[in-house]
Ligand binder design. Structure first.
Ligand code: TNX
Length: 762
């Protein structure tokens, strides 16, 4: 046996055994998971002779697969018909779903069946995922023998991208669309206009290109860091109509519809900077240089309506989309309240207030858009003051907007911040790139249930689907867009496409891990937090550590030192009976595989007491329930939304803590999250009632206004001076919600959120 043969043998050992050639196939790992997939014995091999046959007119799918194969195999593909060693695209009228398909792969052929080009296209995407990730460098291309029957759960499967706050070049937009297509998503929501920049060329209004497309400077750091500082650099650009056409054609070839968003009446500062007559004040203003909500909104005068109609004419000429997104969110009414023009429109049209004026504005634009045969989508604020008759509502402030709209017979798209905002943090690690805030880990996206319980089966039919949103205030580069999107888009694609019902997160994670190889080949940047350690307190007051890493060996310390390969091996829940500083990591053969996990435990007098709250936390932010408020574990200082922070939207809350036996108290420390840019406000005051043997002591406590601190700790040691001899059996906290968010702030006019975490009793 020659040396060369031996080397070859060992090289291909992973695929064959030299004596007995046998293919080792990895099990199919498709994202989003198909409706049904059956693995059969055998495999198909793509070799030099394999042909591709488009038996029917599945042009887009055929062309897509042809160019993929040509590129992957570096050869021309013969398209003549043969009935062996062929990949066939075939019409099948029995497949009723407009986007459904079947794949049958055997030793002889691969047959794709569908009744539409879209279905065939999704089959092609699944087929590609059955091929080796690094297909260009693969020695042989095997495809396991399978039978797949598949169709989507929802018709609308969207991804959004904000190009106003930061802009990304056409090549990246195409890469984004390609990635969407790979995951069978079919609507690209292109957020083209906002306060910080107008990004679409409108020929009739050249100042949109000259002025509205550029800002003079950009906020540095986070909005919550005060005083605000700026980079002093001009920033901007726009997509020419030619580029827009190119993007739309690129998307169309991938069965993706592009929905343009032209914001109105709010988020319009860039346009007003270019054409001050569109605003109510007539003042010269700048394109916005920081984030947030701005009071300069379109004035409801005829000049504005003409402008918007002309803009939309050009937009509708470019975009074939049935839907045109008109924004409608976050439009402060401050200027309308004092504007003669706005007040005149209110009077002349018999409107009640500025909210009805917003509704009048949207309905008027809807009529125009409907007259051109198109339909509007708006953010859920378009419900306020009366919903435009044919509008589809994009529910973002929660699912409440969706419920209201569906009950009124409107179509809805689910995109609540709690589960769909990919601009939120995805890990609790301190070294994450700066993000707007919040906390939306992969698992939370994966477990998103887009059908609110409040809907009847009939109303649920109006839920068209789901969408992941990518707002780019803090996302400056395309690499960072990818980092924020991957892997959460996998979870979203699965919510959108795969059947509802029992989900197996661990199984999903194994497919995500598998996909990472594909992402590397595609040069897509992704976050990888799959194997981070997680911890939770169990009912016996012991702390349980878990990881999805197979063959894991967790090692930990409790004294604050870093765990090393020789630290204590975790063998079961760690009892929590005193202060501890836990640090843990997963090790393998002396090497640390996971990132470092840390958790501080504060054993205080409240731990183990009985607690109740008069309100359930909001479904999207349940933390670990009431018990989590006295479990000795503080939530994150930089991300609300983890398992410790409980969120309440607009509710006043009452918390009661009862001790097993009366205890002495010297201090109570309440922790509230305070992030006004995300509508989260610490209360201004709360009441503390303490039950003693001698009666109830009540106190009103005010929290000094601490503008931008994220976590407000409110210590109360002073309150207990003079009570040294007393014992307390019960404690009641009455915490009123902050109320309506005041004008000039992000979310003005909405109810504020209260986020509360550990109540530390010493
Ligand atoms: C709210 S979602 C906004 C955007 C921000 C985003 C940041 C929506 C309709 N409006 O203007 O970029 O929050 O998460």
């Amino acid at each position: 046996m020659s040396a060369r043969f031996l080397i070859l043998c060992s090289l291909i050992l992973t695929l064959f055994s030299c004596s007995e050639p046998q293919v080792k196939l990895t099990s199919p790992s498709i994202i989003p998971a198909p409706q049904s997939l059956q693995v059969n014995p055998g495999h198909f091999t793509i070799n030099e002779e394999t042909t591709l046959s488009n038996n029917d007119d599945f042009t887009a799918s055929y062309n897509f697969l042809l160019s993929f194969l040509k590129d992957a195999t570096d050869r021309d593909w013969d398209t003549k018909y043969s009935d062996n060693n062929v990949i066939i695209l075939e019409y099948d009228s029995s497949i009723i779903s407009k986007e459904g398909y079947n794949i049958i792969s055997t030793d002889r052929n691969i047959t794709i069946k569908s009744s539409t080009d879209a279905g065939a296209f999704y089959a092609v995407q699944s087929l590609i995922q059955l091929m080796p990730a690094d297909i260009k460098n693969a020695t042989e291309i095997y495809i396991p023998a399978v039978t797949i029957k598949d169709e989507p759960r929802f018709n609308y499967r969207g991804m959004h991208l904000d190009v106003s706050r930061h802009m990304f070049d056409v090549d990246f937009i195409k890469k984004y669309i390609d990635a969407m297509a790979m995951l069978k998503m079919n609507n690209f929501h292109w957020h083209l206009t906002d306060d910080q920049g107008w990004r679409i060329e409108i020929k009739k209004y050249p100042k949109l290109q000259e002025i509205a497309a550029y800002r003079d400077s950009t906020l540095l750091g986070h909005y919550n860091d005060t005083p605000h500082q700026y980079d002093g650099k001009r920033y901007g650009g726009y997509y020419t109509q030619e580029e827009v056409r190119e993007v739309i054609a690129f998307a169309k070839a991938r069965h993706i519809n592009v929905i343009p968003e032209i914001e109105m009446p709010g988020h319009a500062q860039a346009a007003i900077a270019a054409y001050p007559e569109l605003g109510c004040t007539g003042n010269n203003i700048d394109v916005a240089m920081k984030w947030g909500v701005f009071e300069d909104i379109y004035c409801p005068n005829e000049a504005t309506f003409t402008f918007l109609e002309n803009v939309l004419d050009e937009v509708m000429e470019l975009f074939p989309s049935k839907y045109i997104h008109i924004g409608g969110d976050e439009a402060p009414k401050t200027q309308w309240k004092t504007s003669n023009v706005a007040q005149k429109v209110i009077k002349e049209n018999g409107l009640k207030d500025e909210y009805e004026l917003q509704s009048y504005f949207i309905q008027r634009m809807e009529k125009y858009i409907n007259s051109k045969g198109r339909q509007i989508i708006g953010w859920d604020e378009i419900l306020e003051g009366g919903l435009a008759p044919n509008a589809t509502v994009m529910s973002w402030r929660g699912v409440e907007g969706a419920i209201e709209a569906a009950k009124a017979g409107h179509d809805v798209i689910m995109t609540p911040t709690s589960h769909c905002y990919f601009d939120y943090y995805q890990s609790e690690n301190d070294d994450e790139p700066l993000a707007i805030g919040g906390f939306l880990p992969l698992e939370k996206v994966y477990n998103f249930n887009p059908i609110p319980e409040e809907l009847t089966a009939e109303e649920a039919q109006l839920v068209l689907g789901v969408q992941g949103n990518v707002w780019t205030e803090y996302i400056k580069t395309s690499e960072q867009v990818e980092y924020m999107v991957f892997p959460r888009i996998f979870a979203m694609s699965e919510v959108a496409w795969s059947p509802s019902g029992e989900r197996d997160y661990l199984e999903f994670v194994s497919r995500v891990e598998n996909f990472n190889k594909r992402l590397q080949v595609l040069n897509i940047n992704y976050a990888n937090h799959l194997y981070e350690l997680e911890g939770s307190l169990n009912e016996d007051q012991a702390y349980e550590l878990t990881t999805m890493l197979p063959n894991n060996e967790i090692r930990f310390t409790l004294d604050g030192t870093l765990p090393v390969a020789t630290s204590t091996v975790y063998e079961g829940p760690i009892p929590f009976k005193e202060n501890m500083s836990l640090k843990a990591a997963v090790f393998e053969n002396g090497e640390q595989l996971s990132s470092l996990f840390t958790q501080e435990f504060h054993y205080h007098k409240g731990v183990g007491a009985t607690i109740s709250i008069n309100k359930e936390p909001h479904k999207s932010y349940p933390g670990s329930g009431a018990a989590g408020l006295i479990n000795g574990i503080k939530g994150s200082d930089s991300r609300y939304g983890d398992s410790e922070w409980l969120g309440f939207w607009g509710d006043d809350i009452e918390i009661e803590i009862e001790f097993e036996e009366p205890i002495e108290i010297n201090e109570i420390d309440l922790r509230f999250y305070h992030a006004p840019s995300q509508w989260v406000y610490a209360p201004e005051k709360y009441y503390l009632h303490l039950e003693t043997e001698k009666g109830i002591i009540s106190d009103l406590i005010t929290i000094p206004n601490q503008n931008e601190n994220l976590v407000i700790s409110n210590y109360n040691s002073e309150r207990f001076k003079g009570y040294e001899d007393l014992k307390f059996s019960k404690l009641r906290l009455v915490i009123p919600n902050y109320g309506t968010i005041p004008d000039g702030n992000q979310g003005a006019g909405n109810k504020a959120w209260t986020f509360i975490d550990e109540i530390i009793i010493n």
